[in-house]
Write a protein that binds this ligand. Structure first.
Ligand SMILES: Cc1cc2nc3c(=O)[nH]c(=O)nc-3n(C[C@H](O)[C@H](O)[C@H](O)COP(=O)(O)O)c2cc1C
Length: 373
């Protein structure tokens, strides 16, 4: 098959979303914003390179949503003030000038903050694993405080305000981060949420916070402003986590998602092991179920730079779009290079070690240019 015929290079035409190809930048935290959470000129260059390199949609790294307890790591960008909106604007403008859409990911770290020992979560359940050194973390995660209903109101207002600041900055939409073990995923995960009020217990209660956020955001944004949601089973601190109930739980969660009616659903596989970590014994995947149950645009993620996997994902109706992370970080022009038959620069773990900053990745790319296959 000629590469131009590959499903990743075919346009997507849906009422809510039209794109020139199926290639999306996965959200990647880069620890490179100013100390006050403002996006920088370096970030504008970094994000524009993906649009220039042929990706049709860029999802930013997770932005913190309130000043109370949402921050995940130092030098994380935020969307909590007009100044933050102003700082993102040049990044947004540059990405759009190359013809791509740009979506702001909204993230509350909850119990998985890398630097605060004063964390809050749905319940006082200590996260497993240790903090991530590349994001400034050291040692184990502390026991979080269980959120009061007032705390939950602060969280919800934070997400809604952040969406409004994203609109102000010119973003095409927002993605609620309900994946990878962060706050909204903590609400959704039965082992991490043992609340006995309206926000715990049944799947509908555990999803309630996201449903309420989506509904409130819709009240403030125009209809063309996209509101998406990212979901996963695996967590950054527990990559192989799967629901005990397997596919039955996926169906229950997606029924709630269908009712909340986001514009797109992004199913993440942080480990990159898509088949291992996103399929059920029946042979279906979380993302295929998302398509069937919700009828919405679905993005699949997890090693999707592998062309055979990518064509299976699209042709076998597991997804409409594919989000690419590390391969794009190594080579922002991955789509153009792949299309032109040039060898894309491959990802190397040193690009994110010992720190995950843009500056560090650029330094490694420069120094290892010749040794990276
Ligand atoms: C450096 C780095 C930072 C990440 N930060 C985020 C983030 O802010 N939000 C998020 O939802 N996922 C984040 N992820 C997960 C990626 O979006 C993606 O799920 C993961 O890299 C697997 O995709 P890949 O196999 O294409 O790399 C991050 C991944 C990397 C490598």
């Amino acid at each position: 098959m000629s590469i131009t015929k590959h499903p990743i290079f075919q346009p997507l035409q849906r009422q809510e979303l039209s794109l020139k190809n199926r290639l999306v930048i996965a959200p990647m935290s880069r620890v490179s914003a100013g100390a006050d959470g403002s996006a920088t000129a370096e970030m504008a260059e970094y994000y524009a390179a993906f649009a220039k390199g042929g990706f049709s949609m860029v999802i930013t790294e997770g932005n913190y949503t309130d000043e109370a307890a949402s921050k995940g790591y130092p030098n994380q960008p935020g969307l909590t003030s007009p100044l933050h909106a102003l700082a993102w604007k040049p990044v947004v403008d540059q990405v759009k000038s190359h013809g791509a859409l740009i979506i702001a990911q909204l993230m509350h770290a909850g119990a998985l903050s890398q630097y605060s020992d004063d964390t809050k979560a749905p319940s006082a359940v200590q996260p497993v694993g240790v903090k991530m050194a590349q994001y400034g973390g050291t040692g184990g995660y502390p026991f979080p405080k269980a959120m009061s209903l007032d705390d939950i109101d602060i969280v919800k207002n934070g997400f809604v305000k952040a969406a409004r600041f994203a609109l102000q900055a010119g973003f095409d939409g927002v993605e609620l981060h309900m994946a990878n073990g962060y706050l909204l995923d903590q609400f959704l995960t039965p082992e991490l949420n043992v609340r006995e009020d309206l926000y715990g217990g049944s799947t509908s209660n555990r999803f309630r916070i996201a449903a309420e956020i989506i509904q409130s955001i819709r009240e403030f944004v125009p209809p063309h402003f996209l509101v998406g949601i990212r979901l996963s089973e695996g967590k950054v601190n527990d990559l192989k986590y799967r629901w005990k109930e397997g596919e039955a739980m996926a169906v229950e969660v997606l029924e709630e998602v269908r009712k909340a009616a986001p514009d797109f659903i992004h199913i993440a596989v942080q480990s990159g092991e898509w088949e291992r970590d996103s399929f059920y014994s029946s042979g279906t995947s979380y993302s295929a179920l998302a398509k069937q149950i919700t009828g919405k645009v679905v993005i699949a993620n997890g090693g999707m730079h592998q062309l055979t996997r990518a064509s299976t994902a699209i042709e076998d109706a597991h997804a409409d779009l594919l989000a690419i992370g590390k391969a794009a970080l190594a080579d922002p022009a991955w789509p153009l290079h792949t299309l032109n038959g040039a060898q894309a620069r491959a990802f190397h773990p040193d690009m994110l070690w010992p720190e995950a900053t843009i500056q560090h990745t650029n330094k490694i790319i420069k120094s290892q240019q010749l040794s990276i296959a």
